[in-house]
Design a binder for this molecule. Sequence first.
Ligand code: AMP
Ligand code: ZN
Length: 476
Amino acid sequence: MTDLKLFNSLTRSLETFQPIHPGEARVYSCGPTVYNYQHVGNMRAYVFADTLGRVLSFKGYKLTHVINITDVGHLTSDADAGDDKMEKAAASAGKSAWDIAAHYQQVFEADLRRLNIREVQHPRATDYVEQMVAWNASIEGKHAYRLDGGLYFDVSTVPDYGRLARASTDEGEGRIETVEGKRHAADFALWRTTPPGETRQMEWDSPWGRGAPGWHIECSVMSAELLGHPFDIHTGGIDHREIHHPNEIAQNQAHACGPDTGARIWMHNNFLVDRRGKMSKSTGDFLTLQALVDRGYHPLAYRLLCLQAHYRSELEFTWEGLGAALVRLKRLVMAVERVKAALADGKQPEGSFPLSDDERAIFDEAIGNDLNTPEVLTALEAAVGAKKVPAAKRIQIVRIADALLGLDLLTLTREELRLKPADAQIAEDEIDRLIARRKEARAAKDFAASDVIRDELAARGVEVMDGDPLGWEWKL
Ligand code: AMP
Ligand code: ZN
């Protein structure tokens, strides 16, 4: 196999992956803040993290992958002042912060499954508060100072603060609301003490008073606890390259008493945008995976939409684009169905056809080149349609593609991909029944009856698609 080259945001260059522990790959991906639904932009970050994990497994590494759940400590901006997202969501829903977190975590995990994102560890920040307190206490002397609001990290105490963001200390944090008494604009909270007279639903005792951990500390602590420092790869959306990850690195350096940044390679996916710009939770105006499903789209069409773009490119979401991805997925599924049929009718020899190096290389090179999924998809389409290649061999190629891309091409059926809007006026099995009756009528040359059925379907919002090359038969 060829080398796996990955783009490291720390060095802004492609680097050959070399595991810290031979034969193993350890990956940490910043997970969701569970005060609201995740939008499809967030899900792009996990499709990317999952693809990375799949590629590492394909390359033969034993993978340990963590996607944490932020159920405490994330404020309504990257600043240290402002409302706590969890507490705010709980107050407006009239529920406990713990219930809010449990609910949105559950929905998040269901979305992961619908997108065929493999199961990994999902530790919750609230289960690691004790370790966060211990970490903060261990770096307090040299790297932190106390204010009324809590314990603050002094960014001037570590080498090269903000190297990842490529921004100087002040300029990088200029837009952040300042907290009275902070030494540098970029200093950030390790602990937020509950103001006198207030109580939070989520708060713990600490040497800095009752309160809650800052947001950045959870990822330093959980990655160290679950993967050990240093570990191989840390991922997140590109927004995290500017503040959250530089702060994690600073905490890691303070804790290690040296230049160790915690992870060796830092990887960032670019944004999913729409006409108004980056899709974001705080504006409240965003699309969930469920919204796509309600419009009738299969979740894997969205996965394919993500894979068609390189993870470091911005990706624009449009309904037309999603529709095109759905059609592309269906063409792939139909091509695989033809290969399966060729195998079944026995015209093509059965048996084992080990893939040649050339055939494996189709995927290996593209995916090893910083996860070039668009190229893998094109190579796959060519390979599946290559009639001269024995069907048994082509099935094997699809199996590899499924392992890498997670599109379930071997099991997905074209029926499952049919557009099924949630507000459709007619059930699918009824459509199928009417279509079957119309076929019988046409076979019997009873065109009058066939037209009556077509009109009845049309009246209920179903368009019959005779002779459609994609074989959809009907659409709503
Ligand atoms: P959050 O819950 O806000 O911490 O976001 C969860 C993950 O989604 C993080 O890795 C973010 O960087 C990422 N993310 C947020 N918005 C987008 C977007 N529009 N496109 C891609 N990734 C995003
Ligand atoms: Zn994080």
